[in-house]
Write a protein that binds this ligand. Structure first.
Ligand code: AVJ
Length: 315
């Protein structure tokens, strides 16, 4: 396993993010800190919820289109950014079996990565599996080079970046790509507002617990004393930005002490702290943003219901 990001780097970034986020106006926290062990388990639970359609829809598209993806890309290397649960990866690996030599899962956390990589290596004895711990917003240029790489960024995680960061990310990715490389991008689509909001505010309250989990992460890693039960989960559709916004709303006036940062923060009753945006796309915007980043759209697929998209692009 290659590490471009150490546990120390990660701890430092957390400190910076939390200090900036809690001292800014309005307060914010980046979504990347949801995913400790409990947060990752909660997210897995979200993907099985009736209301949360993206995972199922993306899997449906991949199952239908993996053979085409393989025929067009003839990829030798599959580079997966933010390596997920593995099931979608397996669909790609199986379809690409004729040409694929290596698989490179990339994630910010080495803990889950090593296990996932070992599982895949065991099932595909001829495949060179090389896990990389890296932040895909920082270390793109360090990822293994090679001919005919398929870079997969699935799940709709691109939607967590605000538009400017997204263009920067795609442009940075484009700069590392050569002739013969492809990008496979999963992105959620604009749809009925009620369905969108329910996907981020499920009846069982799993997403609410997932949202509040970031407070537990800060309590544990930075010695803070957040009372998660004093924050309400709110998910709403921003029609102008075309994104779902998740916030934590303070239910009362309260002070929070973050010992690890020597920081005292006041929350007013009703004050909101943004923890995530999840942008929803239309084909035109996807094509335009890729174009602005120097990437040509090769194919744009959706599931039968038109809920989610998978885009294949190349330099
Ligand atoms: C994993 C980032 C794609 O934005 O839909 C799920 C995370 N947040 N429910 C998304 C998430 C709330 C998810 N991504």
């Amino acid at each position: 396993m290659d590490r471009f990001l150490t546990a120390d780097d990660l701890a430092k970034t957390l400190r910076q993010d939390v200090r900036e986020g809690l001292t800014g106006t309005p307060k914010t926290l980046p979504p990347k800190w949801f995913y400790d062990e409990r947060g990752s388990a909660l997210f897995e639970e979200i993907t099985r919820l009736e209301e949360y359609y993206p995972t199922r829809r993306e899997r449906e598209i991949l199952a239908a289109r993996a053979p085409e993806i393989a025929a067009v890309t003839r990829a030798r290397t599959l580079l997966e950014l933010g390596a997920g649960s593995g099931e979608k990866t397996r669909l790609l690996l199986d379809a690409l079996a004729g040409t694929l030599r290596s698989y490179v899962p990339v994630d910010v956390s080495g803990d889950f990565l090593e296990e996932a990589a070992a599982g895949i290596a065991a099932d595909h004895p001829d495949l060179a599996v090389r896990a990389v711990v890296a932040d895909y917003e920082q270390h793109l240029h360090l990822l293994p080079a090679g001919e005919r790489r398929l870079i997969a960024f699935l799940g709709g995680t691109i939607g967590n970046m605000p538009p400017a960061a997204r263009i920067g990310f795609l442009g940075g990715l484009r700069a590392t790509m050569g002739e013969g490389d492809f990008l496979l991008l999963g992105a959620d689509l604009v749809k009925d507002t009620g369905r969108l909001v329910r996907a981020y505010d499920d009846a069982d309250g799993v997403t609410a617990e997932f949202n509040r989990n970031v407070l537990r992460v800060i309590n544990r890693d930075l010695g803070a004393d957040f009372d998660p039960s004093a924050f309400e989960h709110v998910a709403r559709w921003d029609a102008a930005e075309e994104w779902i916004e998740m916030v934590l709303r303070s239910t009362r006036d309260q002070r929070v002490h973050v010992a690890g940062l020597d920081l005292e923060v006041a929350f007013a009753a009703g004050e909101e702290m943004r923890t995530e945006i999840s942008s929803k796309f239309r084909r035109e915007r996807m094509e335009a943003e890729l174009g602005a980043s120097g990437l040509d759209l090769v194919a744009f697929w959706t599931d039968e219901a038109g809920d989610f998209s998978l885009t294949l692009a190349r330099p």
